[in-house]
Design a protein around this ligand. Structure first.
Ligand SMILES: [Zn+2]
Ligand SMILES: [Zn+2]
Length: 329
């Protein structure tokens, strides 16, 4: 397997593209970077170092629908006729299905109001999202499900569904140098805690689903993980535990905000947690707060009232809400 590291700054930045079977068919890419001219040049240069051009790609596996992972898929497909595969939950969005995209935009607008995002911030965000819509292509896709096996020119990849950050987020498992290795997409990242709640507003109970995903990453005992951004993760279970720890701390912080502030909407909680936000963070900040508030509501720690989320249990036991790091060892 070869990796091409892209230098993009949009979204989380520095997307990774993985190449399986540079010397043998089917030559397969896992993710393919955001659709900007610079990224396209970097991808083309990276492939040419392996003696490949875009026209040589037979298959593209996508970890999820976000523009920075999908963007160049349709350009590559045009040149090569590559088969583009993505989990069924994300397939309509990737394929540019109008109904799926409109349903998502409508729900986004509805939630932004429900979260209490002020009109000027909403407008700033929607302008930003419109500007980015063109960074997503609309390739023809073949949907897959958990457990699907894909042959590549360099061994098989098996899909593993890791929802939370996105509804269809899937990793791919393969026999690597150190043993059973995972291409993790944005399910676990080396530096950032992947956003939940805002990054894909279609996900129901986003924090609960994401915590289940993290526990699964721990249980699977992968020997190494190759994320969608930046550098390899040598201890995927350790990183998953760290991220669970962040969410545990954040749950405590959300409870503290409500205790000090009284009933509050997601925007107010977000402002207390993250301060002032711009561009995509206007979606990600309150989305993250919402994911936690929704989780607390499901556990009867808070209730939704007209004045916002109100603390019902003043001193909740965090153990029942987020797995303890020890309990998943
Ligand atoms: Zn993502
Ligand atoms: Zn990403």
């Amino acid at each position: 397997m070869n990796r091409i590291q892209l230098g993009n700054e949009v979204f989380e930045g520095q997307n990774d593209v993985y190449v399986f079977g540079a010397d043998a068919d089917p030559t397969t890419l896992v993710d393919c970077g955001v659709a900007t001219p610079e990224t396209r040049e970097q991808l083309t240069a990276g492939l040419s170092e392996m003696g490949l051009s875009l026209a040589d790609i037979d298959q593209i596996l996508l970890t999820h629908w976000h523009e920075d992972h999908v963007g160049l898929a349709d350009v590559i497909q045009e040149e090569s006729d590559a088969t583009v595969r993505v989990h069924s939950a994300d397939a309509p969005l990737v394929a540019g299905d109008e109904d799926a995209r409109n349903a998502m935009y409508d729900r986004q607008r509805e939630l932004l109001r429900e979260w209490g995002v002020p009109a000027d911030a909403r407008e700033e965000l929607l302008a930003f999202l419109d500007g980015n819509a063109e960074l997503a292509g609309s390739p023809t896709v073949e949907p897959f499900e958990e457990g699907a096996q894909f042959r590549t020119g360099e061994g098989d990849l098996e899909a593993i569904h890791l929802p939370g950050h996105a509804a269809g987020l899937s990793g791919f498992v393969f026999d690597g140098e150190t043993g059973r290795e995972l291409l993790s997409g944005d399910a676990i990242l080396p530096h950032y805690t992947p956003n939940v709640g805002g990054a894909d507003i279609r996900v129901e109970r986003p924090l609960a689903q994401y915590l289940d995903t993290l526990v699964r990453v721990i249980d699977e005992e992968f020997d190494r993980a190759w994320p969608g951004h930046r550098d390899v993760i040598e201890d995927p279970a350790g990183r998953a535990r760290e991220i669970i720890g962040h969410h545990r701390e954040r749950t405590g912080n959300v409870v503290n905000v409500l205790r000090e502030h009284g009933p509050a909407d997601a925007w107010t909680v977000s402002a207390n947690l993250f301060g002032e936000l711009s561009s995509i963070h206007i979606l990600h900040g309150p989305g993250e707060a919402y994911a936690h508030l929704d989780h607390l509501a499901a556990h009867d720690v808070v209730e939704r009232t007209d004045a916002g989320y109100r603390l019902v249990d003043d001193d909740p036991a965090l153990d029942g809400l987020v797995p303890t790091v020890e309990s998943v060892e």
